[in-house]
Design a protein around this ligand. Structure first.
Ligand code: SAH
Length: 256
């Protein structure tokens, strides 16, 4: 059986032991009922994964002694950031979970002009905490060593400017800026990806349930985004996100 994996953000390279606390400890003790002497895997969400053994479990923490680094990577060779308009209720949670499974490097939610559920004051932080927890769970479940960063942009202007992932947006060549536009009739996502087979990074811009406004389209184009179609049928925003992420991984990473 695969050893259970736990997220410890403070884990650093070369550490001889690690403490598991908080939610992760609750899970270890209350749900999985692991005991001293059992093998576990710890990851820091930034690519470092180690194998270890539980030394001691006390009220506040479980101490794990590190046996060695696990260098087998399940990360994709492509970097994909999802720029996603906020959608209704739990659908955002669903998008976070699926985007992590499908290898996204980052997720930026933005409130579109036609976004129905504008977040009330202070609600944004609660949501971010919740989405980060979902991302950790999804990363654990699918064996990823990197937890994608999640942020909340004010509007589409901020999302397409790329403040949340400046290094990618500055990279220029080999970085595809793709707008998934429901009204696009000429260029498909397939055309775009097949003309850039060596690309190793992409941003995917997805609209809200109400679709993009003409102003959004102009704004995205000004920021270098190319509008493409996902086919003749109009997909729900969450379906479009999953489809676009899958297609990009398939074309540019080969899922090998
Ligand atoms: N209400 C709109 C549809 C919005 S679909 C209408 O009826 O026209 C929500 C988002 O999913 C869109 O903004 C777009 O980003 C994406 N999307 C859905 N279907 C698509 C398609 N066939 N091609 C490209 N993008 C699509």
């Amino acid at each position: 059986m695969k050893t259970r994996s736990f997220f410890v953000g403070e884990l650093e390279k070369g550490a001889a032991s690690v403490l598991i606390t908080g939610d992760e400890l609750k899970h270890l003790r209350g749900v999985l009922r692991l005991r001293e002497g059992e093998a576990v895997t710890i990851f820091n969400g930034r690519g470092l994964v180690v194998k270890g053994v539980i030394q001691r479990i006390v009220k506040q923490a479980a101490t794990v002694s590190v046996l060695g680094e696990d260098t087998e990577s399940r990360e994709s060779s492509v970097h994909v950031v999802l720029l996603q308009a906020l959608v209704k209720g739990d659908k955002n949670d669903f998008i976070v979970q699926k985007a992590v499974e499908l290898g996204a490097t980052g997720i930026v939610f933005y409130a579109a002009k036609r976004t129905v559920p504008l977040l009330g004051p202070g609600r944004g932080t609660d949501r971010l905490i919740r989405w980060r927890r979902i991302a950790i769970e999804a990363a654990k479940q699918c064996g990823r060593s990197v937890i994608p960063g999640i942020s909340l942009a004010d509007g589409i202007e901020e999302a397409v400017a790329g403040h949340a992932c400046p290094r990618m947006f500055k990279a220029g060549k080999g970085f595809l800026k793709i707008m998934l536009l429901e009204s696009e009739t000429t260029r498909t996502i397939k055309d775009m990806l097949r003309t850039a087979p060596a690309a190793k990074a992409a941003a995917l811009l997805i609209g809200p349930e109400g679709g993009f406004t003409d102003e959004d389209v102009v704004h995205a184009a000004k920021n270098g985004f190319t509008p493409v179609s996902l086919g003749r049928r109009i997909l729900r925003a969450e379906t479009a996100a999953i489809a676009a992420l899958t297609i990009v991984q398939y074309e540019l990473d080969g899922m090998d």
